[in-house]
Write a protein that binds this ligand. Structure first.
Ligand SMILES: Nc1ncnc2c1ncn2[C@@H]1O[C@H](COP(=O)(O)OP(=O)(O)OP(=O)(O)O)[C@@H](O)[C@H]1O
Ligand SMILES: [Mg+2]
Length: 395
């Protein structure tokens, strides 16, 4: 007898668990299977596959010669045909069926795609559950760090990528956005060559090295890229946030465009909880303009969480060569502390490390080893300290 979740859910509402069927009858097996499958979470939407309506039928047929052996056919409707994560889901269904302790079950999984109407309903339901910008909801716990600088090329994107990879490797649910909608770096730094899955207009971030990523660079040349780069920066950022299914990350990092004004103001208006992290290099020319990028916090209610000095020194034969001079990070920290009236600490001094550039270009953040764990290097240790001081700082 085929078990369709809709009819079963309706029945359950009426007679609860009183379904009087002896153990290991096909019906009981189907019911038990439905229950087991409800534990499987869709990796993109973060919801149970049964809640999402992805299991449309379960059918258990006893094998004549073996009273406690059943062929179990599970019909799965994926949200998107050929969805890249379908293998993960089907293999989890397979193991849920095979590991049933009460009987021997032989799984047969029939995969198809949801109809356009059903998908539209599902997306509408999911969208209704959140506001436009999921990060401004009351009770949302996401720490948002905007990685900014005055001057270009000081290493914001490298710091964002390595910091995001560190947070993810430490077990935080981590997201990162290329907030620089005219120039973008994250797809290259994370080795992403795919486009986000599009569920009727709602986008799933691409997950790479454990980080949920979104970048306009993933849509190069497409209509969405043009739509998102609309006339106003703030509107673009809002759309960027609300068109994407983010779940509820612990940390969201924004890789900003260089500059001292517009972008930070847009971020502060769109994400009032965002905190600024100013990146500078040691030389005076970079640090002067870095101070100005932090002073934006005088105009908008945004905290400057701290300063990161990048390319501070080059370690050569146990000697630290200060190729780009000295003291930029400290100067920025002192001047912002003075101007803003609260402590803006120098959080890290990161070395000039050719590996950062080489590994970044190969699509793996330098703090990770090839297996995706934090590498056993001084650099990874420095990023771990930086991540911990950011997340443990008072908001
Ligand atoms: N600590 C470092 N050691 C060596 N190379 C680095 C380091 N930090 C960044 N780089 C390299 O410097 C270049 C500029 O870095 P990055 O793109 O991260 O800067 P950015 O501030 O994001 O630039 P933009 O302002 O253009 O967005 C890149 O080639 C990067 O690989
Ligand atoms: Mg950059």
């Amino acid at each position: 007898m085929a078990h369709t979740p809709t009819s079963r859910q309706a029945t359950d509402k009426h007679d609860g668990a009183t379904t009087a069927i002896a153990d290991n009858q096909p019906n009981a097996v189907e019911l038990a299977m439905f229950h087991r499958l409800s534990k499987i979470i869709d990796p993109e939407l973060g919801r149970s596959i049964t809640d999402l309506g992805m299991i449309t039928a379960i059918q258990a047929t006893p094998r004549d010669a073996h009273p406690s052996t059943f062929d179990v056919t599970v019909h799965v409707e994926l949200t998107v045909a050929g969805c890249p994560l379908s293998k993960t889901i089907t293999s989890q269904i397979n193991s849920a069926v095979e590991s049933y302790p009460e009987a021997t079950l032989i799984p047969h999984i029939e995969v198809s795609a949801m109809s356009q109407d059903k998908l539209a309903d599902l997306v509408a339901q999911l969208k209704a559950e959140r506001r436009q910008n999921p990060f401004t909801k009351p009770g949302v716990h996401t720490r948002i760090f905007a990685i900014a600088s005055g001057k270009g090329g000081v290493g914001k994107s490298s710091v964002t990528a390595n910091l995001a990879a560190t947070f993810a490797a430490l077990g935080y649910d981590t997201a990162a956005i290329d907030a620089d909608i005219y120039g973008f770096s994250l797809p290259r730094l994370f080795g992403v060559h795919t486009q986000p899955t599009n569920l009727n207009g709602m986008l799933m971030p691409v997950v790479s090295w454990g980080v949920k990523l979104m970048s306009i660079g993933m849509f190069a040349g497409s209509e969405r890229a043009i739509l998102w780069r609309g006339p106003r920066l703030q509107r673009s950022l809002e759309q960027f946030l609300s068109d994407v299914w983010w779940g509820s990350p612990d940390v969201l990092l924004l890789d900003m465009a260089p500059g001292t004004g517009d972008m930070a103001i847009s971020v502060a208006q769109t994400l009032p909880n965002a905190e600024l992290v100013v990146v500078t290099t040691p030389q005076p020319s970079a640090s002067e303009i870095a101070v100005r990028s932090g002073l934006v916090a005088l105009q908008v209610p945004m905290k400057v969480r701290g300063v990161v000095e990048n390319m501070s020194y080059f370690e050569h034969k146990d000697e630290r060569l200060e190729i780009f001079g000295h003291g930029g990070g400290k100067r920025v920290s002192e001047q912002l502390t003075h101007a803003l009236g609260y402590d803006v600490p120098l959080l890290a001094q990161l070395p000039l490390e050719p590996e950062i550039r080489e590994i970044d270009d190969s699509g793996r953040p330098a703090v990770l080893d090839p297996s995706g764990k934090l590498a056993d290097t001084p650099l990874a240790a420095q990023f771990t300290t930086l991540a911990q001081s950011l997340i443990s700082s008072a908001q």
